[in-house]
Design a binder for this molecule. Sequence first.
Ligand code: NAD
Ligand code: TDX
Length: 355
Amino acid sequence: MKTYLITGGAGFIGSNFIQYLFKKYDKKVFIINLDSLTYAGNLQNLEVVSKYDNYHFVKGDICDREVVESIFKQYDIDYVANFAAESHVDRSIEDPSIFVKTNVLGVQVLLDTTKKYWIDGDIFIKGKKFLQVSTDEVYGSLGETGYFTETTPLDPHSPYSASKTGGDLLVKAYYDTYKMPVVITRCSNNYGPYQFPEKLIPLVIHNCLSGKAIPLYGDGKNIRDWLYVTDHCSALDIVLEKGKIGEIYNIGGNNEKQNIEVVKTIISTLQRLLPSDDPRKGKISKKLITYVEDRKGHDRRYAIDSIKIKDHLGWVPTIGFEEGMAKKIQWYLDNRDWLENIVSGEYAVYYKKMY
Ligand code: NAD
Ligand code: TDX
């Protein structure tokens, strides 16, 4: 039975990953979730697993060496999977400093502490692996053609992507310098259950359900490559189990969509899924779409080449965009309380300031 230290496990992808692991390994995993519970961390995401004896939650910051060290002293960790991050581009444009702290310094603290407990003399203990969960945004922006491969030069544009790039480079440096057993994954845009409604898809779902305008940045034609979150989780699991140490793996859904197409799909899917007598149904229409000022430094197009992870590790995405969108929207319809709890909190202040 493997012992995982998962950081940022109370956020969107981390909480999906924890649930994925318990399911896939039939609860035969031991998981420590270290999360500082920022505005994006939500223990409601983990209600299903919180009752398990082999799940432990530690409230703490990855920048806090004492907290990280206390975990290594207490448990024999096999895998570290670092999800903890400030993750929203628009917030990074407003205030980059916390992004540098968590996404760069936090990664260094994690690497350093992990190294201290995994090394025996000059040799790392066999079977250990440190996974840095990163993003395609480190590669910058594409023109109308081409794909990001693992060798595409790093060219981040936002404070968020620059800070993730800094974290990735530290991880690479710990491999190059100490031969620490690390792997880096770079994934495209995720969507699925438990996603915080500051991100495009859940924001649009929420605004449609509450009859609010849908803010589309610029001309609405920026392109993202969408991947359903459980497909990301299966890729991360494979990389931890079989990924080659020191390697980078791109993960993508081969699902390029313009933002306007995404919004139209949400509108039509909501209209299909809502019962005919639901009063919200009549209010949902393309008329809600409102073009607003563009995001500063807005990357035009992301598209991932995931040939390497397919060829080397046998990973393929399984959920198409229409199917994934229907699953996601149904989850938000079935979990109104989860969404209401969030939008009535800090999010309301954020939304007023931003839109
Ligand atoms: P999220 O914002 O939903 O969750 C981040 C989690 O990290 C939260 O639970 C938060 O409380 C925690 N956290 C933040 N700062 C922390 C700190 N200093 N110490 C401990 N915990 C802290 O993010 P997400 O969308 O789930 O993304 C998870 C990871 O995946 C991030 O590293 C992100 O860069 C990466 N990623 C995200 C996407 C995407 O589409 N969302 C795509 C590719 C990669
Ligand atoms: O209100 C909006 N209107 C709009 O047009 C919002 C919130 C976004 N957008 C646009 C900006 C992007 O082109 O939609 C696209 C997607 O935006 P986000 O959901 O903010 O995602 P993005 O900026 O692409 O970054 C996401 O994918 C990569 C995650 O937030 C990152 O954590 C991940 O690394």
